[in-house]
Every structure is written in C-alpha cells, then in structure tokens.
Design a protein around this ligand. Structure first.
Ligand code: GLN
Length: 308
C-alpha cells in the first residue's frame, strides 16, 4: 500500500474530483433555516500529516459551522474540570441506533446515552463552569488554541436561527433540568447553540483531528494540554457515536474515530498519525456529509488507514 506520509495535494484532488458528484445524493440541512443558505457544491478535503504539515484540496478556505463537531471539545472541558467519573455518572458510554436529536435515554434511563448526541452534549456544556457566556468562551478559546487561529468565532445569524427553532433541544434541556442533571438557566442551552455556530475552515478542522490523534498535542508540537487518557476517551466516543446511528457501519467501512456535523464537516483522527477533515454541505438521512463520507472512504482504502 501507498504510504500515508507521502499523501499529496494531487492525490487529494483526484479523490475530491472523483466524489464531488455525490452532492446530488444529499440534502443541505434546512431544519436550522440559516444553514439552508449553504453552497451545495463547495467541497474540500485537508490532511495534517505526522509532521504537522497541511495538505489540502478544493475549497479549503470556505467557512462552515462546526455544529456537532463542537461536542468533543465540550466533553474535553467538562472532563478537565470535573473528571471523567463525575461526568459519566450523568450520561452513558453507549452507542446508539437513534438519530442525533433523539430523546433517548432521558426518560427510561434518566440520563443521556452519550456525549455525542444532542442531549448528552447539551448536558456536557452545562457542566462547564462559569456564568453566562463564560462556558462558551472556554470552548471557543480551546478551539482557537487547537487550531492556532485566534480569529475563530461564531456566526450570530446561525446562532439566532438555532435558538429560534431549537425546540427539541430546549425540550431535552428542560427534561434534564427536571431530572436534576442541569441546574442553571437557559443561557446554558444558548451556549450549546453558540458552540454549534462556531465557523471554521476544513484546514482548521484537520488540526482538531490531529490534536485528538496525538494525545492532545497540537499540530505544531505544543504540549500544553497533552493528555493520553483524554484523547483515548474522546476518540473512543467518536468511534462509537461520532456518526450517530451510522457509527457501526462507519466503523466497519472506515474504521477511524470521526465526528460529523450538520454543517457538512467531518473530522477524522488517525491515531498517532494524522488529522483529516472534509467538507461538503449536502447530508444523508443520518446527518452526515455524503461527499465527505465517500472521500474519507477512498482515502482510507487507498492508504489502508483503518485501525482494524
Ligand atoms: N446544532 C445542531 C442541533 O443541535 C447540531 C446537530 C448536528 O450537527 N448533528 O440540532
């Protein structure tokens, strides 16, 4: 097999051109009205290799909202503050056969299935300490650190759109408040909407994949947050639930910890090697980017990247 160390811009361009037509098989998210304005044809792929060098093809500078890809970062911060045991007393380590916005298992088990679905993620964010917007600022600052990009910020218009239409998420928030899992005000839910609205590029996203692949060491070698247990926790959650109810089939076909968002991004960690990111807005019925998945599949097959 080809060595992934030698992956080139030309190789990525070939994969991108071969798969871009799949955008016709997907549908741009419209349940958050502001997202429906995204360009269905924009497509990008980026890799940060072992040496921390970035290789990209396509619209790698196009910004999109990270959506559910913010969930691993919120989990990291909650665990940094409270420890894994305390956080997972309030939610499960379970996989799922349910969509990302499902209420399971709030009523039957009394707590969310995992921190990668909306209920668990809303809870994780509410566990981060601080008043008002402070917990969100911690998430944003961590992302600015990981990407070494101080210009990262959230989109006010996507945030407003999520807040306006996020009735299911609001329902989950109040069920968890009723169960005593959440004690704060709705501002904590707003912080979840804000983190989903953080805009970044495919290049920024690849750096996040690299960070979790490398024991929380940044792509430029900065070791400030180095933590192997943390990266094991995050990558295992990405593997079992990062692609929602598609996670099992994805583990079979791709075999790498990954996290998708309804903004069309997918981040992939190749343990101890690289970060990969893809972007294309049209989604399949699970909420995963169609072109993105096909590009990842090709890359993984070509370079034999599955961990299995
Ligand atoms: N903001 C979205 C929501 O809460 C995130 C979901 C996703 O990316 N799967 O519905």
């Amino acid at each position: 097999p080809l060595s992934f160390r030698d992956v080139s811009r030309a190789a990525l361009t070939t994969i991108l051109d071969k798969n871009r037509h799949y955008y016709l098989d997907g549908k741009v998210a419209d349940y958050i009205p502001e997202l429906s304005k995204m360009d269905a044809k924009a497509v990008a792929i980026a890799v940060i290799n072992e040496k921390g060098i970035l290789i990209g093809a396509g619209n790698t500078q196009t910004k999109f909202t990270m959506q559910s890809i913010s969930k691993p970062i919120a989990l990291m911060l909650a665990v940094m503050e409270h420890g894994e045991e305390s956080v997972f007393q309030k939610m499960g380590y379970f996989g799922t056969d349910k969509p990302f916005n499902h209420f399971s298992n709030l009523e039957t088990m009394g707590k969310p299935l995992n921190p990668m679905m909306n209920a668990g993620a809303i809870l994780t964010t509410s566990l981060i300490s601080g008043d008002g917007q402070v917990p969100f600022d911690k998430i944003l600052n961590m992302l600015r650190y990981i990407t070494d990009n101080p210009t990262l910020d959230y989109s006010e218009s996507v945030y407003a759109s999520e807040k306006e239409t996020g009735h299911r998420n609001r329902g989950m928030f109040y069920i968890m408040k009723n169960a005593g899992l959440i004690s704060g005000s709705e501002e904590q839910l707003n912080n979840y909407f804000r983190q989903c609205s953080i805009e970044l590029t495919t290049e920024d996203l690849a750096k996040i994949g690299f960070f979790f692949a490398h024991h929380c060491v940044r792509f430029d070698g900065d070791q400030r947050y180095k933590n192997s247990e943390m990266s094991k926790l995050i990558q295992s959650q990405m593997l079992i639930a990062g692609m929602y109810e598609f996670s099992g089939e994805y583990a079979r076909t791709v075999g790498l910890p990954s996290k998708s968002g309804v903004g069309g991004g997918i981040v992939v960690s190749v343990p101890n090697q690289a970060g990969i990111a893809v972007f294309s807005a049209p989604l399949d019925t699970h909420g995963n980017s169609v072109v993105g998945y096909h590009m990842i599949l090709d890359l993984v097959k070509q370079y034999n990247l599955s961990i299995f």
